[in-house]
Each structure stands twice: as C-alpha cells, then as structure tokens.
Ligand binder design. Structure first.
Ligand code: SF4
Length: 1016
C-alpha cells in the first residue's frame, strides 16, 4: 500500500495536519507531512556530502574576512562600507537570494560582464565568487548549499531518504512562492514520484493572483516528459473568503448561497497596538467562556514580530492558553548572564556593582565563600571600594583592617571577606588577558564547573525554571561548540581575542537563539505566511493599519531593482523578483488570511500609535469596507479601569470594585480586612483621578484634573520651597537644554532634575564622548590648507586620552568608530572650506553666563551656556553654529520652527541672544540679522535657518525690550522662557509631554497617549 506525502508551508501547518491525522485515525505512522526545508534536510542526510554546515556567526566572520581582504587597499566602490556591520548582513542576504535563484558565481559574473558600466556589480560578483571559493576551500556549506546539494543528489540519481519509503505521491499545498531552487528540487523529486503542486488561481481575478503567475509560468516552462509535476489551479475558498471575493470582484459568477456573508463578523479599533491586543484578548476570553476550544481560535498579523510578544503578554495576564509560547532570548537567560559575569567584572575594572552582582547571583552559592553577599557589600562600602582605579579590592580591605586594628575595633568580618575574595579575584583575573577562543572556552567551562553554576541551574525545584535552565545549558554549550568549530574551519582558532571580543562573538552566536518554548493546546498567534492553509473557527486579524499591512517591500540596497531588470535583459531569464513584484503578494496574503476563518471573523486596527498620533486603516481593509460596510466598535482612549464585569485580572477587578465603592464597607466580621480594603480603595481613588486626568482631551481641562499623582504639586510648603529655589541665584540659572527637558516633558524633568532619579548607566563610547570631540576644538577648523593635518594630530591626542580614560568600550568596535569619526571630520573640514556664504567664523567655544531675562513679576531668569561657533557677516548679521553628532535633518529643521522655539527648543535662540549681546558689547554696533546652523556630522549636512528674511515672520520674536515683550505676549521668545520657569515655580510637572519618548521613567509615570488638543 502506498501513501501520500504532503509538503506544507509552515511547521504550524504540519502540526495541524498531524493533529488532524491523529484525530481521524487515532494514530500517526511515519512522516506524512513536511515543510520544504525539512524535505531538503531529509534528502541531504543521504547525500553523503562531507561538507560541514557553517553557523550564522561563522558566515559573518568569513564574509568579514573576505571584505577586509578585498578592500585592504581602500579602493573600490564599496570600500567606504567595509566597516559597517550592516554591509556584511546585506551581502549575506544577497548571496542567499542569488543561490535561491540558482545563479552561481560564474553565471552571475558572466551576465554582469554583459552589462555596460557595471563596475559596482562586478565588485559584488567578485565578492560572491570569493565567498563561494572560501566555503569550498574550507569544506563548509551554508543553508542554501544544503538545498542545492539535496537537489543535485536527486538529479544524479542518488537514493531516496527513508521518509519516502512507501510514498506513492507527493502533494504540495498552499505554497505558491517557490524560488527557482525550491522548484528545481520538486521537479527532481517528480522524476521519482508524481508531485501535485496546488496553486491558488482564477483567471477572472488575475489582479489578485498576479504573484502566483510567476510560479505557474516557471512550472509550465519546465515542459519535460520525464517530470511528473502536475500543477493544479484552484481558487481558495472559505466561509468568509468566498463572499468577500464575490463582493470585491462583482463580475465573477458565484452561487447565491455562497455569496451571503455568515454572521459574527466584527470590526474593532483600539487606541494603540497594545490596547488592540488587550481588546482581542478580552474577546478571546469571552469565546472561551462561551465554551470555545482554544485550539479553534487564532490571531493573525501580517508580521507577528512586533504584535506577537504583545499578544502573548496579554494572554499571560488573562490566563489564555497559547499554542506556542516562544522562550526568552538565550542571551537574556539569568543562567547565561551568570556564566558571563566574570567578563562583566573584568570589563568594569572589577567594579563593585559587578562583583556584588556576581556574588549575589542565585547561580553561585554565596556561602561557598563562607561569607554572605550582604557582608561583602558592607565591607566594600566601608572600605570605600568602587573599582580598581584607587587600588585592588583586597588591598583596600587590607587598609581598612589595619585601620580597625589601630582603633581597636573588631575586624572579623573584613578578614573573612578578604579570605573569601582572594581566590575569587584570582579566578576572575584569569579572564583579563588575551586568549584564543579555545582557551577562553576552557577557562569559562572551568569557572562554571568550579562555581557549580550549571548544577545550581538544574537543582531548581520550580519545573518551569528547571526547563528554562536546562534548555539554557544545552543551547549555551551548543553555541560555544559551533563557534569553536567555525573558528577552526576558518583558520582563526589561534587568533588571540580580547575578552570583549570573545563576548561579542558569543553574543552574535546567541542571536536568534531562544530558550525552549512551551507547546500546548491553545490559541494560535501566527503571521499571514505561516497561517496559509489553516482553518480556525474563530479568527482575529490584527494590525490592519497602513504601513503594517500591506508590508513595504524595498529594493535590495546592493542589488537594486534597476540592477535586476538589467540582469533580466542581459541574461534573458527572470530569476529575481523586484520589490514591486514582491509587493504583488500582499493582496493575496490578506485574502488567504481571511480564508482561514470558519465561524467568526474579527478585523482589528489601531487608530492611534504609541505617541497619540492618528493611524490610518490598512488600504486592504478600507477597500473591503467600501464593498461590505461594517460598524466599527471603537475602544475609547481612556478606559483605564474597565467595568468590573469586563475585568480579567485580579488587580483590575480589585481596582474597579474599589473605585465604585463596593469594597469600602468593612463590617464587623471584615474588620481584619479593614486596612487592606482601605489601601485598595486608596489606590483605586488614585487610579480614578489619573483616569479623569488622562480623559481630558485638551490642555486646560487636563490641568483642572491635575493632582500630585499626575505631576501637579499642591502642598503649599513644597510650592513655597520650589519658588524660593527657582528665585535663588543658583536655581534661577538655566542652560537651554534644561529648559528643553522641561518643555518636552515636565514630569520627566521633575523626576530627573528635582528628584534626581537616574537609571544606572554604563559608561559607553556614546554621544557625550563624541560631543567632546568638538569641545576639544577639533571641529571648528577653517584653515583648509593645514586643516587635515591639524585635525589628524588633534584627533589622535583626543582619542588617546579617551582610550586612557577608558571611555571607548569594546576595543574592536572602537577601532572601527575611530576611523569613521576621522573620515567624517575630514569631509566636514572640506565642506567648511567650500562654504561661500558671507559669514566668517570669529569665536569658538564661547561660554556665556547670566544672560538675564526679566519677568513681569520682577523675578529674573539667568541663561548660561557655551556656543560652539559664532560667525559674523560684514553686513551686520550673526550666525551661531552648533555641531551635532546626528543625521536627522528633519528633526533639527523642526526645532528651528517658531512653534517649537521656546516650547521644546531653546538652544539656538538663547545662543543668538547671547552672541548678539557679546558682539554688541565688543563692537558697539547693533546686530541686524539672526541666522542659525546645526551642523549634522553624521550626514555632513548643515541645517540653516534665517530668522530675518525667511518664510516665517519673526518680527519682534527675539526682542529683549520689556515694553515690546509685554505687547507681544506669547509671540516673544523670552516670554515663553519666563512662562516655563513660572510653571516650575508653581510645581507644574504634569504628565503632559509634547511628545512622549517612552523614556526610562515610563513605569513611574504610566503615561497614556491621547491625541490632545492644545487649546480648550
Ligand atoms: S515616559 Fe513619556 S510621559 Fe513619562 S516621563 Fe518619560 S517622556 Fe514623560
């Protein structure tokens, strides 16, 4: 008896197929269904190919080496990109596309040679050739090579793998996007068994199936009598899909009984993607309470990457079983973090926090050292130990012991800590020096074993933690092993690495590796591709917004659409799809997603994004609604505390009950609960107050609801203290950036500047250090003749100092960063030299203090700062120049608009006023014209604004005359400054950001985004 083997588009489809098979026959024999990738792997196992698969890190390392070698001399079209990690990733992706298109390096190169003026493409061809040659020389293969090898194995008459035992036919379902390589594999298979390839198609709806026609044409073109590859064209159907197609394509005949829409069709819109997921979660809970089986419910998104984790979070909160919950990324696993803790300690120069993190880790038995972690901390603090800058920890503790001895105090604890610390520090110092990958791996394994890290992981009593750690151990070892064998195969095994480089490689190896997930019978969360061919009684299609569905397809950055068309012309073949052709799949995918629905279908979108900006519906949804109107159920923006009946979490329910006063009556018998109930009621009142505040849709109404829980301080003594501070000489002095912080988000300013809450940050080679570059006077060079030489010398000095101060992070990255910075600076010097405006730089790094601004109430605000550069023009104009290590011209252009000046942007106007004061004092001549320039170094793009002759009317805006200002009201920059400071004095730090940047204080403010009007 022969059986049929099914080839399906995703593992989800294979799982569903197997489940159904078990339900129908009670038992599952063999492997009746596979994905295409599994099919290639099965065939490869019998191909006798000795090559070893290369991991992602190995591939990247190999490509890096090839690129380094090719551009060693610094010439070539892509030489400037050689240090960008993105370049390597893009090359990797291009070579994958070429292999899937069955275009080998020789063929690629031959066609490119026929394209006139294709030097850039010829470079890509030579890199492709070098990559293939390097893989071959080292006996390695990538994933695409494995599929190629499988195809050649069949073509050369090799034996079939065991999975084909007893198979009499193959049916390929719901796969219409075959690459030339995948089609060739199926074609070779069809020489042995008949292969049926079912493709979605209806000639009367060609526009919908345009994407499939490429595959259909390729199948027809095979036209070989040896092949038993049979395409079967069939239009997909479904309870909802068939009537929708009838409505969208009215000319096509559909039987009346199939064109009627069944019930349970809904359209929901929520204020933001998370709220959308919450609403879907609520509705799923409703279905479960009605008795629906979770396995009959699915939520589909065009791309589940962003929405998937949000919905999983909601399902966890609402206790909804999910069919597959992906585990956390391996790198974030606490066990892996404990294993890598020695490197963190070394990197921090044996920092106190990092050492304490290590000894407090639950994966290291604290008492192994005979001392509790708290005692370590007490002794470190008492000894004043921060890191090894002031001496080694054991020496500082030694000094403390000597001191205690001198004053006759007990020093037992210190002695014990020192004794315990010595061997540990000795072990950790072993991680400091350069080593080969093998040496680091051995050292790490020794440390893990000596400190029983893995053993403690698998001793966990909680089964979930045990499963997580067991999978962490297996995967971590696997990553180490793969890394080692790749390095050996690439000939890099003896290359000494810095500790940071070793960790960076490990991190790369762990990219995309996740701890074991959880499989259970539950709600499916899938993307449109993986859902193809599946059926669910209850279907939700979420994320139906413009920009999300349809997904955007961009031209490949290196092998652009125009190149693909040239290739097509030169070769007479069509192996690649352009971005437009890829986009043709989108309407079909949307329809196939609808086809998954059985009994109920809910479309869902967001009408606001996370910042309160409006979002548009997907054009596909709009098109559908134009033919089949549906009433939208809109989730209100501010429903923070839902009705008790709708609450799905304990906390939600308690808050909702208490807010309505239903928990506020402690009776005699409930007396012991009185305190708890009062606390719950208090919390609920705070939540209700916050809700009233966030419900207000304009500024004035919101201010009326502001309380101390929403950032409005009201206690008289506190406000009086604030006022006194802001009127003191120290408190009345402001840098423009401080005003900008307040203008952007008053609440954030309050937490950061007044309460001084700061998240712990690690010193990195970040903007602060980069900005120092200009502070060192490197950037304002205008002597072009000597400029580059001076620049290089100065830069070397500054770089050396940073390196000495260890501001520069990972050494490998820093070397790359240094080169980039220098190249940018050189180009800037050249551009500055070519600037033919009438302005001449006169002052650099000009500090100013106490630029006084009088407010109407007689108080004063003092402005301070440092201006990067002041230029003057002979006609009496000034220009202030500020250097930014940024590239977003749109953002900086917006900062110079009148509506933002004095609201969220203060720097340039303050600098202009300070520069004008300085120049007028120096020369006695009035300044007649104000111009500002942001020099965006990343893009080498200056953003200019002329405040005197531009499109916006700035008449009087910069006036310093009190009388004139009084008449101008809010049309005066200085009045706006005073307005902000008055707000601070009033204690007004409301959670009303101009634009919430979802900063590090998000969990404190719990901001709710609302599209708010400025005026009431
Ligand atoms: S999260 Fe947004 S609203 Fe909250 S403090 Fe930060 S910027 Fe302000």
């Amino acid at each position: 008896m022969t059986s049929t083997l099914y080839i399906l588009p995703s593992t989800a489809a294979v799982d569903a197929f197997n489940r159904r098979a078990v339900e129908e026959s009670g038992v599952l024999f063999g492997t009746p269904a596979l994905t295409l990738r599994r099919l290639a792997e099965e065939i490869f196992t019998v191909a006798g190919d000795e090559r070893r698969p290369i991991s992602t890190v190995g591939r990247r390392l190999l490509l890096e080496e090839i690129v380094r070698e090719r551009y060693r001399c610094g010439t070539g079209h892509y030489a400037a990109l050689r240090d960008f990690p993105g370049f390597i990733g893009t090359l990797d992706n291009l070579f994958g596309e070429l292999k899937q298109a069955l275009v080998d390096p020789a063929a690629f190169s031959a066609v490119i040679r026929r394209i006139p003026g294709s030097g850039r493409l010829a470079e890509l061809a030579s890199l492709y050739g070098a990559y293939a040659a390097a893989l071959a020389a080292k006996g390695l293969m990538d994933r695409h090579d494995m599929e190629l090898a499988a195809m050649h194995h069949l073509r050369n008459g090799g034996p079939s793998p065991p999975v084909f035992d007893g198979v009499g036919a193959v049916r390929c379902r719901d796969i219409y996007d075959l690459t030339p390589l995948q089609l060739a594999l199926l074609a070779e298979l069809s020489r042995r068994v008949p292969v049926e390839l079912r493709l979605p198609w209806n000639p009367e709806r060609e526009s919908l199936y345009g994407y499939v026609s490429r595959t259909a044409d390729a199948v027809e073109a095979l036209d070989n009598s040896d092949l038993q590859l049979e395409p079967v064209y069939e239009e997909p159907a479904g309870t909802f899909l068939t009537p929708f197609l009838a409505a969208l394509f009215p000319g096509v005949d559909v039987p009346a009984e199939k064109s009627a829409l069944p019930g349970r069709l809904a359209l929901i819109a929520a204020p933001g993607p998370y709220r959308e997921c919450e609403e879907i979660g609520r509705r799923i809970r409703g279905l479960l309470e009605e008795g629906a089986d979770p396995a009959d419910i699915a939520v589909l998104f065009r791309d589940a990457q962003g929405y998937g984790p949000m919905l999983e979070d909601v399902c966890r909160r609402y206790r909804i079983p999910v069919s597959y919950r992906r585990g956390a990324p391996l790198f974030t696993s606490p066990l892996v973090q404990a294993c890598l803790a020695p490197f963190a300690v070394v990197r921090s120069r044996f920092g106190r926090e990092e050492l304490l993190g290590l000894v407090k880790s639950t994966y290291l038995e604290g008492t192994l050292f005979g001392v509790s972690p708290d005692e370590f901390e007490e002794v470190f603090l008492a000894a004043g130990y921060i890191d090894e800058t002031m001496g080694r920890a054991e020496d500082l503790i030694g000094r403390r012991i000597a001191f205690l001895q001198k004053i006759g105090r007990s020093r037992d604890k210190e002695e014990r800590v020192r004794r315990a610390l010595r061997p540990l520090l000795r072990e950790l110092r072993g991680f400091q020096a350069k080593k080969t990958l093998r040496e680091f791996t051995e050292l790490l394994e020794w440390f893990i074993g000596r400190r029983f890290i893995f053993r403690r992981g698998i001793e966990a009593h909680d089964p979930r933690a045990l499963k997580r750690d067991a999978s962490g151990i297996i995967l971590f070892r696997q990553v180490l092993k793969e890394l080692e064998s790749d390095m050996r195969a690439l000939g890099l095994a003896d290359e000494p690495l810095e500790p940071g480089e070793f960790v960076a490689l490990l991190k790369q190896g762990m990219e995309g590796v996740y701890l074991a997930g959880e499989r259970s019978a539950g709600v499916a969360i899938l993307n449109f591709h993986d859902a193809r061919g599946l059926r669910f009684d209850h279907l939700f299609i979420g994320g139906l917004n413009e920009g999300v569905c349809p997904m955007r397809h961009d031209s490949h950055p290196l092998f652009k659409d125009a190149d693909k068309l040239l290739f097509r012309r030169a070769s007479g073949t069509r192996p690649f799809r352009t971005s437009r052709e890829k986009g043709e799949e989108e309407p079909l995918l949307f329809c196939l997603a609808i086809g998954c629905a059985g009994r109920s279908l809910t479309f869902s979108s967001s009408y606001l994004d996370g910042r309160g900006n409006g979002m548009l519906r997907s054009p596909f949804l709009e098109e559908l609604l134009a033919k089949v109107p549906l009433d939208e159920e809109r989730v209100p923006v501010n429903r923070i505390t839902p009705e008790p009946a709708l609450c799905l979490e304990r906390e939600e329910l308690l808050n909702a009950l208490a807010a309505r006063g239903w928990l506020s009556l402690p009776q005699e018998g409930l007396a012991p609960l009185g305190d708890s109930l009062a606390r719950i009621a208090g919390n609920a009142e705070v939540e209700a107050g916050r809700e009233r505040f966030f419900q207000a849709e304009d500024k004035a109404a919101r201010a009326a609801h502001a309380t101390s829980h929403t950032g409005m301080l009201s206690r008289d003594d506190i406000v009086a203290e604030l006022r006194a501070w802001y009127e003191s000489p120290e408190g009345s002095r402001f840098a423009p950036t401080t005003l900008e912080e307040y203008g952007s988000c008053p609440f954030r300013y309050f937490l950061k500047r007044l309460l001084r809450l700061t998240p712990v940050e690690k010193p990195e080679m970040e903007l602060a250090a980069k900005d120092e570059l200009r502070d060192e006077g490197l950037l304002p060079l205008n002597d072009i003749v000597a400029g580059k030489e001076i620049l290089r010398e100065e830069a070397e000095t500054v770089f050396a100092r940073w390196e000495g101060e260890r501001h520069t992070g990972e050494s490998l990255l820093w070397e790359i960063e240094k080169g980039r910075l220098l190249a940018l600076l050189e180009q800037m010097v050249a551009l500055e030299g070519a600037d033919d405006s009438a302005f001449v730089p006169v002052l650099f790094e000009q500090p100013f203090t106490d630029l006084a601004v009088e407010d109407d109430d007689g108080s004063r605000v003092l402005l301070t700062g440092k201006i990067d550069r002041i230029d003057v023009a002979a006609a009496g104009g000034i220009r202030v120049v500020d250097y930014k290590m940024a590239g977003d011209a749109g953002k900086y252009g917006a900062l110079l608009k009148k509506e933002h000046l004095g609201e969220t942007s203060f720097q340039m106007p303050v600098y202009l006023l300070a520069a004008a004061r300085q120049l007028e004092e120096d020369s006695g001549a009035p300044v007649s014209r104000f111009t500002a320039r942001y020099w965006l170094i990343r893009k080498l793009d200056p953003v200019d604004k002329d405040f005197t002759g531009g499109k916006e009317d700035f008449t009087g805006f910069f006036s310093t005359d009190p009388g004139e200002r009084r008449e101008l009201g809010d049309d005066s920059f200085l009045n706006r400054v005073c307005g902000k400071v008055r707000g601070m004095k009033r204690g007004d730090f409301q959670i009303t950001p101009k634009e919430c940047g979802f900063c590090e204080f998000g969990s404190v403010c719990r901001y709710v985004a609302v599209g708010m009007r400025e005026e009431g």
